[in-house]
Design a protein around this ligand. Sequence first.
Ligand code: ARG
Length: 463
Amino acid sequence: MTSNATQYTWAGRFSEPVSDLVKRYTASVDFDRRMWRQDIRGSLAHARMLARQGIIAAADLADIERGMAAVGAEIESGAFAWSLDLEDVHLNIEKRLTALIGDAGKRLHTGRSRNDQVATDIRLYLRDAIDDILALIKVFRSALVDLAEKEAATPMPGFTHLQVAQPVTFGHHVLAYFEMFGRDAERFADARKRTNRLPLGAAALAGTTYPIDREYVAEQLGFDGVCENSLDAVSDRDFAIEFTAACALLMMHVSRLSEELVMWMSPRVGFIQIADRFCTGSSIMPQKKNPDVPELARGKTGRVYGQLMSLLTLMKSQPLAYNKDNQEDKEPLFDAVDTVTDTLRIFADMAGGIAVRPEAMKAALTQGFATATDLADYLVKKGLPFRDAHEAVGHAVKAAEQKGVDLPQLTLDELKAFCPQVDKDVFSVLTVEGSLASRNHVGGTAPAQVMAAIARARKRLTD
Ligand code: ARG
């Protein structure tokens, strides 16, 4: 043994050490150390299997369990000395274990490779992250239901093309987001199924010569089963891509909501106020209160899209099986996890800090002829073909616009001039309340329907 290359676990066949630059370039410990819990959990399950199969002695297992408890405590307390020389989380932990317990530590890696080890760690990590995210989505959705319930009958203009279209209730509008985030939750739960498979046992790529029991390891770690093919087990990261795609979709929904919050909070619209704790001021303009949180969430959406693109590109040209490229899966994945987790936490909190201004919504409703469709529907019920009704109402809108009033302010005679079928019962359909109440079917905006949707939503949250 001549060179200091032997400081590396794998350096037996090397005759010179890597340069400092290469060392830094190839190391992952700075970011993969966040998987230390999963690494220890996976190692313990592997060691128990080795002992159960008679591949290592019971005494070795006892040493490994004792040593790992000590390593875990050191990391937890911050006393653990992470070393770049030891490249990644796996070698750092193994080396420290061996320093503490001797040969048993060196036996831990029997029948295993870092390739199946890292794939196992990431899947465990991601499974935990998905469970956290699912719990957060639930909290957020229940905050949305609370907000919807408070404003179940509050009229606001519904928009198409950002032009006033028809009256809806604010509660109905909020419930639209409840649905979007519900589908997001389904996507995460679905991605979890494919994440929750055990790669260990694949070893480097071809499996191992020891009489291992993969099912036993899977069971101990709470996996639903094992990865069927060893080459696939160590090489593909599709589960991480799928997860990040679900993150990208969720952030797209967050971004749409953010855009609305920003717009609604603009004094030009003034539909809502967001509690001060989610806003910041300006260093130059004393009057400013800016909706920073939704703006930043809108911005962070681009970042998560970027992580998805990174992972797709990382994977696309890799031949089977494991390649070092895969080490690059972690930072995008962790960043997507962090961004989505933080965003959900803050949005769940912020939903409770939204105060609605019904007068502003009502005022906006009276400016856009929001009940024009109701008038057309009224005429159809009086026997007019819809296209004729559409045209008659168009003329009425034009007249109201010239007069500077909304449709309900036109007199009966003025309305009759456009269509003789109009009667005095027309005024009940021209009001916002009448318009809302008449959309009385599942999925419609009638306050009674919104309340029913809220009851169903609450029930779905507990299913
Ligand atoms: N740090 C590596 C990664 O993140 C662990 C696996 C390394 N395997 C290897 N043969 N170099 O993927």
